[in-house]
Write a protein that binds this ligand. Structure first.
Ligand code: AMP
Ligand code: MG
Length: 333
C-alpha cells in the first residue's frame, strides 16, 4: 500500500478515504491520531492491524459536535454537561456505549471513550466524513506517540492510506481520560487537562491512572511510549546530585545519551545531550518529549539516562509518560 501525503487543504480527499473504510492519520492538538470510520467494524479492525495494537485495547471516538453524543452513548450524566468548557479540547470521557458503536471500538467493553478535538483540521475531517472517527495515537503499538507527520510515517508508512501534514501538535501529550460511566468520576489517564481543573467543574474525582497492576483503561497496562533505546530515569531531591549521577552513568555506558533540561544542560560532559526545554516551562517540555525520544532512535543511541521532572500541573502527565517509557526503571540517589 502506498501512503498518500496530504496537505491540510486536501481534507475532502481524506474524508473520502474514511468514508470508503480506509485509514487516515491526522493532527490533533494532543498527538496525531490514526482515524477510521467509527461505525464500521471492518475499518476499526484494520486500525488494530496497522498498529499491531492488542485486541483488548479500545479506541477513542472523535466527534465534532456535542449534539452527536446521543448517537454513541446513553444515560449521559450531568457531569458531562458541567465539563462543556473542555469540549472541544484535550479531555476524553468514558460513557455507557450505545448499540450503534461496534465492539471493535470498545474492545468488548460496555463503555465508549469520546473526545471532541479542538484542532481545526481534525474537526473538518470529522465533519466532512459524516461519521464519528475512531482514532488511537498514530504510532506502532508501544512506540512514543507521534507529534509530527514524519513520526507517523516513520512507524506506519505503507501500512495506512494517508497522512495529513498538519505541522507540530500544540500540546504533544495525549488527552486526559475521565471515566464518567460509574457513580464516582475517575481519571484513568492524566493529560493536558489536569485534575484540579476537572474538580473545579464537577467536584472530587478519583485518580486511578497510576495503578500498574489493574489499570481501568486497558491500554495503560501495556509497555508504552518506548523508543528503541533503553530509558533509565534518575531521581533525586537534589538536582546537582541527579546530574552527577547521570553523568557518571552515561560515562560508564557506551552509546549512551542524556535527556536534559535547559537548566542542567551545561552540567553534562559526555555523550549526546538533548534538552527537553526549561523546567520553568512544562508546556514546552510536554511538546518536545515524544519527539526527543524519537530523536535518540534516529541517532542510533542504545541507552538514554533521563532526569525526573517537576510534577506540578501538566508535569504529572509528563512524568506518567516518562516512567512508562522507562518501563518503570528508576534509580534513586
Ligand atoms: P490512545 O488513543 O493510543 O491514547 O489509546 C486510547 C486509550 O483510551 C487507551 O489507553 C485505552 O485503553 C483508553 N480507552 C478507550 N476506550 C476506553 C474505555 N471504554 N474504557 C476505558 N479506557 C478506554
Ligand atoms: Mg497510544
Amino acid at each position: 500500500m502506498q501512503t498518500l501525503r496530504l496537505a491540510p487543504d486536501s481534507i475532502e480527499k481524506a474524508a473520502e478515504i474514511i468514508r470508503l473504510g480506509g485509514l487516515v492519520a491526522f493532527p490533533t492538538e494532543t498527538v496525531y491520531g490514526l482515524g477510521a470510520d467509527g461505525f464500521s467494524p471492518e475499518a476499526c479492525a484494520s486500525v488494530f492491524a496497522a498498529k499491531g495494537r492488542p485486541a483488548d485495547n479500545p479506541l477513542i471516538l472523535h466527534l465534532c459536535d456535542i449534539s452527536q453524543i446521543n448517537q454513541v452513548a446513553f444515560d449521559i450524566p450531568n457531569t458531562f454537561y458541567l465539563l462543556k468548557d473542555f469540549f472541544p479540547g484535550a479531555l476524553t470521557v468514558i460513557l455507557k456505549k450505545s448499540d450503534k458503536v461496534p465492539m471493535e471500538v470498545s474492545a468488548g467493553l460496555p463503555t465508549v471513550a469520546v473526545r471532541f478535538p479542538k484542532n481545526e483540521i481534525a474537526r473538518e475531517l470529522i465533519r466532512l466524513s459524516g461519521t464519528p472517527i475512531a482514532a488511537p495515537s498514530a504510532n506502532k503499538s508501544g512506540r512514543p506517540s507521534p507529534t509530527r507527520a514524519e513520526h507517523v510515517l516513520a512507524d506506519l508508512d505503507g501500512r495506512i492510506d494517508a497522512v495529513i501534514h498538519g505541522g507540530d501538535c500544540e500540546y504533544g501529550l495525549e488527552s486526559t481520560i475521565l471515566d464518567l460511566s460509574e457513580n464516582t468520576p475517575s481519571i484513568l489517564r492524566q493529560g493536558v487537562i489536569t485534575e484540579p481543573r476537572i474538580s473545579e467543574k464537577i467536584g472530587a474525582v478519583l485518580l486511578t491512572q497510576n495503578a500498574k497492576d489493574a489499570p481501568k483503561a486497558p491500554g495503560m497496562k501495556y509497555a508504552h511510549y518506548s523508543p528503541r533505546a533503553k530509558v533509565t530515569l534518575v531521581s533525586s531531591a537534589n538536582i546537582s546530585k541527579m546530574t552527577e549521577k547521570i553523568n557518571a552513568l552515561a560515562l560508564s555506558r557506551e552509546n549512551s545519551a542524556i535527556m536534559a533540561t535547559d537548566e542542567t544542560f551545561s552540567a553534562y560532559t559526555h555523550g549526546i545531550v538533548i534538552s527537553l526545554g526549561s523546567r520553568a516551562d512544562l508546556d514546552e517540555i510536554a511538546r518536545n518529549l515524544f519527539a526527543t525520544l524519537r530523536e535518540f532512535d534516529k541517532r542510533g543511541v542504545s541507552q538514554v539516562f533521563a532526569e525526573t521532572l517537576p510534577t506540578d500541573g501538566i508535569g504529572a502527565a509528563i512524568m506518567n509518560r516518562l516512567i512508562k517509557s522507562a518501563g518503570y526503571s528508576i534509580i534513586y540517589v
